[in-house]
Design a protein. Structure first.
Length: 321
């Protein structure tokens, strides 16, 4: 029996201006830049990783930064929205913080008895903050963030898939260990592993919607957590036996990955927890220097000449609330 998939490992989206992207996620949302590297398949562009203090799986939102790329269009076959977990008492704090930063924000009302704030990043990526009584407490708030620790984002809450259909996607989810735990109109909720914040997926059925286009402001893929290489190998065999077209294992340095598309069109990844982000820089220095995999290191000078300069600003003075 395979070790269970335990929840979301990371979500990867597409940004345009890397400096604007860096500023928004570190200065407005208070996340830590835990790794600055390049897209291994396109080393002329950044791959930036944001998360909690130590880059815990389940807290990591990553971006391919493509300054000249066009804006994507949301729709079927995509991650509709990426949702973060915040404490139940932090909704008003975040509403005021986002508005003060010039970010339009909407109180979306209660969903499954939990309050939701909806907003978008500078590239139009749709995000949510879900306030609930049991936030994903395993993730540690960034130490020097301007966001008070008691209000800090606690990792992911869920992802929402926009789908035309239902049964084929659910069949794959059930193969992966997901169980249906709720239903609200055309929204269907599934948990994996122990469930709850960080181990949750919603399907939003939009039968009349058109297919989206993945580009700037759109999620590229969502990765699910597996314990180690052996668990990943076992899961790959199981998925292939279900006639899914799964890639071989790919070395992403900080985790190992396999990829496949679920029947509705969303790109899934299974990523290992180890080896983690501290394999090539100390925990205290995460995100401060450009890190390259060994096979790209001989090209460092040329890569650095192509990449636009970015600067990690010192955080503003924290205002306690």
């Amino acid at each position: 029996m395979e070790q269970p998939i335990s929840g979301i490992h990371h979500v990867t989206a597409i940004a345009s201006d890397p400096q604007r992207n860096l500023d928004f996620y570190t200065e407005v949302l208070g996340l830590r830049l835990v790794k600055r590297t390049v897209n291994f398949d396109d080393p002329g562009s950044y791959h930036l990783y944001f998360g909690d203090e130590s880059g815990t799986p389940g807290s990591i939102l990553t971006f391919f930064a493509w300054p000249m790329a066009r804006r994507g269009s949301p729709g079927v076959g995509q991650v509709e929205v990426t949702s973060f977990s915040i404490p139940e008492t932090s909704l008003s704090y975040w509403e005021q913080r986002l508005l003060s930063a010039g970010v339009p924000v909407e109180r979306s009302g209660k969903r499954f008895d939990e309050e939701v704030l909806t907003f978008a990043d500078p590239d139009g990526l749709k995000l949510e903050l879900v306030a609930h009584s049991q936030p994903a407490g395993a993730n540690r708030a960034r130490k020097d963030a301007s966001v008070p620790a008691q209000h800090a984002i606690r990792g992911f809450y869920s992802v929402t898939l926009c789908e035309q259909g239902y049964e084929s996607t659910v069949e794959v989810l059930e193969t992966m260990g997901f169980k249906k735990v709720g239903e609200q109109g055309n929204r269907f909720r599934f948990d994996v592993g122990k469930g709850g914040a960080g181990a949750r997926l919603d399907i939003l059925c939009a039968s009349e919607a058109s297919y989206g286009n993945v580009a700037v402001g759109i999620v590229h893929h969502v990765a699910w957590r597996v314990a180690d290489d052996n668990a990943q190998k076992s899961w790959r065999t199981r998925l292939v036996n279900k006639h899914l077209n799964v890639t071989p294992v790919i070395d992403r340095c900080y985790f190992h990955s396999i990829y496949f598309r679920e029947p509705g069109g969303v790109l899934f990844e299974l990523a290992t927890d180890p080896p983690g982000f501290a394999i090539d820089e100390s925990p205290e220095k995460l995100g401060e220097a450009l890190k390259l995999p060994s096979w790209l290191e001989p090209n460092r000078k040329r890569i650095e000449q192509v990449l636009p300069p970015i600067e990690l600003h010192k955080p503003a003075k924290r205002v306690e609330a």
